[in-house]
Design a protein around this ligand. Structure first.
Ligand code: NAP
Length: 489
């Protein structure tokens, strides 16, 4: 039986720079906590700005050889890492649950998803192509080649501590780019374990460098302004993303931004209600609601709103809340006290404005909940459009339901946000499904399904939800430059 202690013991806690595990310069460390108990799990090296520069030095030094490395071998490294992730899923899931809080089943699902990016991009590494074209006037030829963009900077959030990394690292490795990655300070362990696996899979020194730190801005800004990195890919909040875009402008970096969401979830009168409730459970409760794709605003059409709300509340009320590593637990704690305070405030605000609490609406009390950042699965009805949660990401297990009358009203409500990551539509009318899919201002639409993410498909948002796409056959394009060779014949 794997224990948390044994998994923690074998996980690296130093910085990973140039293929070596090194302490932070100056020897600083920071604590990683278990959000289910508030207790310290271990300490991890806290990278200084000088460590960041050393990591970028290593990435820059490794870049030319890595770009020239045979694509087949780049793919095979990813494939071996996929196999190792799959074989070690039990230990990795326990590690992830310990630092992030999600139930073991969710951690396993994330590791499977994370590993799939490596499998997918192992297959894409050998499919990078170009073009050959006769110039329209017939006197010349165009040769179009695709080359790695160069050293990359990655910053990832705590909610999917491994998959948000493999979504960037996978295509970078496949394309021949080196990188420096800074994981979120709450969850550095999954990324350090991943780096160790990639090293074991044969990744050459310096191709990936990992620098956990508590001072994210202090570490990253000089690297963004350095001029040697050619791309930044960020997953996190829109506020931070905006700042990184500004910083990137100076050196005109290629920018990929996977930012916040405010997903509408629309259930029409003609929907299959069983499927809609299943879909809502997935879209709302995957990762305890701590997902950019989480259903943030549920709109149900008048004819089915009551029945839908009743069924959803029944399912939400039956969920078991507790330590993510305990048997049968389906809902773990939120990431920290700040996150729980925000959820509590958003619920109070909605209630003050007239929303009704059908179930939940508070933090659970009693044995097993002390010290952790738990919040009970909650369903609210009659949530007014001026409630804060209509415009802000809830990032917690709270399902706010409002009623709409017509398709036009549903579309207007859904699009009334600066975000545009994903939306969900439940209807059995195919024409309506297509009309809605075309009209919704989001990068992705879940049509009669509550989850859209798949490594084989392009993931990303429009409006303030970001720039660029991760995954799918377009995912590697973010890491390739297109070069024209114009040939006189
Ligand atoms: P966050 O506060 O933006 O943090 C994300 C990452 O950025 C962390 O590694 C953080 O470091 C780092 N960071 C913070 N300030 C920075 C700065 N000034 N310069 C450079 N890096 C900085 O977001 P979060 O609260 O961790 O994550 C939740 C957000 O991510 C939500 O908005 C969610 O919707 C979004 N998200 C989007 C997607 C997507 O694919 N669109 C996926 C997952 C999450 P620290 O660890 O030090 O804070």
């Amino acid at each position: 039986m794997t224990s948390v202690e044994s998994v923690l013991k074998k996980t690296p806690k130093d910085l990973f720079i140039g293929g070596r595990w090194v302490p932070a310069s100056g020897g600083r460390t920071f604590d990683v906590d278990d959000p289910a108990t508030g207790e310290v799990l271990c300490s991890v090296a806290d990278a200084t700005p000088a460590d960041g520069v050393a990591a970028l030095d290593a990435a820059v030094a490794a870049q030319p050889a890595w770009a020239a490395h045979p694509p087949r071998e780049r793919g095979e490294i990813l494939r071996r890492a996929f196999e190792l992730l799959t074989t070690r899923i039990d230990d990795l899931a326990l590690l992830m649950t310990s630092e992030m809080g999600k139930p073991l089943a969710d951690s396993r699902a994330e590791i499977t998803y994370a590993a799939e990016f490596f499998r997918w991009f192992s297959e894409e590494a050998v499919r990078i192509d170009g073009g050959y074209q006769v110039a329209p006037n017939g006197t010349g030829r165009f040769l179009v080649m695709r080359q790695p963009v160069g050293p990359c900077l990655f910053v990832t959030p705590w909610n999917f501590p491994m998959a948000m990394g493999t979504r960037k690292i996978g295509p970078a490795i496949a394309a021949g780019c080196t990188s420096v990655i800074k994981p979120a300070h709450q969850t550095p362990l999954s990324m350090l374990a991943l780096a160790e696996i990639l090293q074991e899979a044969g990744l050459p020194d310096g191709v990936l460098n990992v620098v956990p730190a508590v001072g994210a801005g202090e570490l990253m800004e000089p690297l963004i302004r350095d001029g040697r990195a050619r791309k930044i890919s960020f997953t996190g909040s829109t506020a931070v993303g905006r700042r990184l875009i500004e910083q990137s402008a100076e050196q005109v970096l290629r920018v990929s931004m996977e930012l916040g969401g405010n997903a509408p979830f629309l259930v029409f009168d003609d929907a299959d209600l069983d499927k809609a409730v299943d879909g809502a459970m997935l879209a709302k409760m995957r990762n305890m609601g701590e997902a950019c794709t989480a259903a943030n605003r549920i709109y149900a059409q008048a004819g089915i709103a009551e029945e839908f709300g009743r069924r959803l509340a029944e399912r939400m009320g039956a969920l078991r809340v507790g330590h993510g590593a305990a048997d049968g637990v389906q809902v773990g704690p939120l990431i920290d006290a700040k996150a729980r305070t925000k959820v509590t405030e958003l619920v109070s605000d909605a209630v003050d404005r007239g929303a009704k609490v059908v179930i939940g609406g508070k933090a659970p009390k009693g044995d097993g909940y002390d010290g952790g950042y738990f919040y009970s699965p909650t369903v609210l009805t009659d949530v007014p459009t001026d409630a804060r949660m209509a415009t802000e990401e809830i990032f917690g297990p709270v399902a706010p339901i409002s009623v709409f009358q017509t398709e036009q009203e549903a579309l207007e409500l859904a699009n009334d946000t600066e975000y545009g990551l994903v939306s969900y539509v439940f209807t059995t009318d195919l024409a309506r499904g297509l009309r809605m899919s075309e009209g919704l201002e989001t990068g992705m639409v879940g049509l009669n399904q509550g989850i859209v993410s798949n490594p084989a498909a392009p993931f990303g948002g429009v409006k303030h939800s970001g720039l660029g796409r991760e995954g799918g056959s377009t995912g590697i394009d973010e890491f390739l430059e297109t070069k024209l060779v114009a040939i006189a014949t």
